[in-house]
Ligand binder design. Structure first.
Ligand code: BES
Ligand code: ZN
Ligand code: ZN
Length: 509
């Protein structure tokens, strides 16, 4: 299959806005009559070029008239191949310095994939839009006077005629923008992005998005007995906080009348490990220890922008894990928000301490009907699952199905891991109710989940998603430059969207 992109160079608006606005893929809507050169003629020319196989993502410049984009064999088309093809197209357009193009399909989009599964043009369009937005981004906020890098991509605008596909592209671009917000915050270094900066930024975003923002600051956290958050964040010059962002739309979908989804994110702006200090360069990259919370923020952005008719609240547990005279220590015994006591065995297992207070706060104060937390919690999940998917834990069959569905729709992979009573026993302490890490070094991702389970009320469906392998990439891929990926934004936004409809059939628990 081939899509042809006719260059709109002749229309006098190419490169109208120069400048450095990375990450902006703009969509121009209906583009009118087919381009100056008939699409079929462009496609024929492309097919006649020896070596051009129209494989998915393969691009071929066609002189002044435009560029052909291969989409592979019709049967192999899927949201995933569309996303990657769009990303490759962005790179090609960038090489050709084209920023305003119109897209035409030389062949009609197939109705089914190779396995006979129906293909929805809106889903294909959405994936295409995501690919455009994700590939058209890099972090250039700190390009200084010595920077020799090429300027960031200029705005890219694409006109598309197919109405369903176009609606999908608009959805994809909106999601891409939310993911890119998460990536930008993620890439912001810890000397700037510290807890108080996160609080200020959340307040500003909430104002822009029409979300309500409440903050549990250091003093309130003390009054509320949040010993986990306070201990972890105490040694930082920038004090810890819980940020609460509420999306409470006037219109609620009938299926969502009773629902209140709460999304909780680990937001450690930098993790030194504390006195259980990280060694051998293990600290480098720990600015990404905030990516769970940044994914929640990005998801709230998408949820608000799409005006989803369901109540959703985002909760960020924000702290910086530092050393200093007043830092918490191994052997400390602390009392958390729900009265559970914890002996600290390892100050580097800090994420579960801040999340525990946030989860308990959510249960006590927000009346959730489902809670999902997202966290870069353990290196162990990377050992177990690599960088291919996140690991998750969920004991509720309906929430499990909703998550699996959101994962299918977003293409953000998750894999379920076990959490049994024996795992919960493994976290019991001799000197306090719990220990934060068992010195028998095994099943680390499950230990994290087991620990957290003591802070969620049993009646509330809950899932914990460990994204430690997914928050950033060290080498560029088709979709992502080196740096934060914004993983989880689309998964959580799709999960929220799923709550506007009746629950899918429950998976086995
Ligand atoms: N932030 C880390 C987890 C992490 C490690 C994320 C590597 C991304 C890459 C977390 O706070 C941590 O240090 N976890 C410890 C837990 C252990 C002390 C029980 C770990 O995974 O080693
Ligand atoms: Zn840690
Ligand atoms: Zn951490």
């Amino acid at each position: 299959m081939i899509a042809c992109l006719a260059d709109a160079r002749g229309r006098g608006d190419r490169g109208a806005r120069g400048g450095r606005s990375a990450g902006r893929a703009r969509f121009t809507g209906r583009s009118g009559e087919a381009g100056e050169a008939p699409v079929s003629a462009l496609a024929e020319r492309a097919r006649a070029v020896p070596g051009f196989k129209a494989e998915s993502g393969e691009t071929l410049p066609l002189g002044r008239e435009g560029v052909a984009l291969g989409l592979g064999k019709g049967g192999s088309l899927s949201p995933s191949t569309m996303r990657t093809a769009a990303a490759k197209l962005v790179r090609a357009l960038d090489r050709m310095s084209l920023h305003k193009v119109r897209l035409f399909f030389a062949d009609p989009l197939p109705l089914r994939d190779g396995k006979g599964t129906p293909l929805d043009p809106a889903l294909l369009g959405r994936a295409f839009g995501e690919g455009l937005a994700l590939a058209n981004w890099r972090f250039d906020a700190f390009d200084g006077s010595a920077s020799k890098r090429t300027p960031a991509q200029r705005p890219l605008s694409i006109g598309i005629d197919d109405a369903d596909f176009r609606a999908g592209v608009e959805h994809g671009l909106l999601l891409g923008e939310a993911v890119n917000l998460t990536r930008r915050l993620g890439a912001t270094p810890p000397n700037i992005c510290h807890p108080e900066w996160v609080v200020r930024t959340s307040r500003r975003l909430a104002r822009e998005l029409g979300l309500r923002c409440r903050v549990v600051d250091f003093r309130s956290a003390e009054r509320m007995g949040m010993g986990g958050l306070l201990s972890v964040g105490r040694a930082s010059a920038s004090k810890p906080a819980i940020v609460v962002l509420e999306h409470a739309p006037r219109t609620i979908a009938p299926a969502a009348r009773r629902e209140h989804l709460v999304l909780v994110g680990k937001t450690i702006t930098f993790d030194t490990g504390g006195y259980s200090l990280k060694v051998n360069n293990g600290m480098k990259g720990m600015k990404y220890d905030k990516m769970g919370g940044m994914a929640v923020l990005g998801a709230m952005h998408a949820i608000a922008r799409r005006r989803l008719p369901v109540r959703v609240t985002g909760v960020l547990a924000v702290a910086e894990n530092m050393v200093g005279g007043d830092a918490y220590r191994p052997d400390d015994i602390i009392t958390l928000h729900n009265g559970v006591t914890v002996e600290v065995t390892n100050t580097d297992a800090e994420g579960r301490l801040v999340l525990a207070d946030a989860l308990s706060y959510a249960c006590r104060h927000l009346a959730p009907t489902a809670i999902v937390d997202m966290a870069t919690l353990t290196g162990g999940v990377v050992v177990a699952l690599g960088h291919f998917c996140a690991g998750y834990f969920c004991g509720d069959p309906t929430l499990t199905s909703r998550l699996e569905q959101a994962s299918c729709e977003s293409g953000e992979r998750i894999w379920r891991l076990p959490l049994w009573p024996e795992h919960r026993d493994f976290m019991r302490g001799d000197h306090a109710d719990l220990i934060n890490s068992n010195p028998q070094r095994s099943a680390h991702p499950i230990q994290g989940a087991a620990f957290l389970s003591y802070f969620v009320e049993e009646s509330v469906p809950w899932a914990h998603i460990d994204i430690a392998g997914m928050d950033s990439v060290e080498h560029p891929t088709d979709l992502f430059v080196t740096g934060p990926t914004g993983y989880g934004v689309r998964l959580l936004a799709d999960l929220a969207e799923g709550f506007t409809q009746r629950a899918p059939r429950a998976a086995s628990a």
